[in-house]
Ligand binder design. Sequence first.
Ligand code: ADP
Ligand code: MG
Length: 327
Amino acid sequence: AQLANQIAAGEVVERPASVVKELVENSIDAGARSIEVLIDRGGHKRILVRDDGCGVSEQDLTLALSRHATSKLSTQDDLEHIHTLGFRGEALASISSVSRLTLTSRPQDQDKAWQAQASGRDMGVNVTPAAHPVGTSVEVLDLFFNTPARRKFLRSEKTEFTHIDELLKRLALSHYDITIKVTHNGKLLRQYRGAKTPEQYARRVAAVIGKRFIEQSWAIDNQHQNLRLWGWLGTPQAACASTEQQYFYVNGRVIRDKLILHAIRQSFAQFIDDKLYPSFVLYLELPTEQVDVNVHPTKHEVRFHQARLIHDYIQKVLNEVIQPHFE
Ligand code: ADP
Ligand code: MG
């Protein structure tokens, strides 16, 4: 089982940021209102994600660390209607096969907390009583300590932290209602406050990618049949030399998709220098059965059932926003 988990880990756990991604997505799936991410030494040394979500019961702790144990899917039909972020049930097992992982949790309806630790080669799980408020903490120490080949690929602390930071920005822009705090080497670096009103949304976008972007962008909100596109589109002045300020979400999920980037670039083509990249924070919402998210384990890609239609819809909506400014 250990070997199978380490192989699976190769797919899911590339670097500290991929661990953070899986843990934070679990916290989101657990309904957390507040998530704290504590990182030491770029995540090489320690990654701790703490949430105030629904928690895991004592009986389910062992299961949570087992491969293909997910509490989120029960039928094939569920697979076609994925609303939660995690669904493969292998993240925790994979991560714990290449690190020292501890999961501590207290479910909402209980007054005791329990802690689970995967141990030894056969991946047995030790469960012991612990102290913890309602919610869950997952601590990952010494990532890749037992897989020297992967450890070699870790970059500097700074680079690894930059990946984590970028990932959390992407998550912060998809879950406005959740407060996210990020600490690196004991220093609180980011604090994204939960947002509900449009003003708070804009403030959060400013906190994540900068005031300048919000000041130099157009707000978008378009609904057409069962498609909706909303968010902020940077004016040509907000274009920049990197893809840093490009955030696109499909049904709340962070996406990097060629088709979508193409549609956006097309709508801007006449207005910005082709050495610059448009900036945007955009959200596409469509019925879940029109998009396949189960394409790749790291889940950045999607497949639209009507790709052409989606492409043209995006281009049309953006053009309608851009054109009037150049007439
Ligand atoms: P998946 O997210 O695909 O179900 P994971 O390996 O990431 O698989 O997690 C396994 C299970 O552990 C989840 O299905 C969930 O029941 C439980 N779990 C993990 N993290 C949390 C958390 N932060 N809060 C509550 N439950 C959690
Ligand atoms: Mg998960």
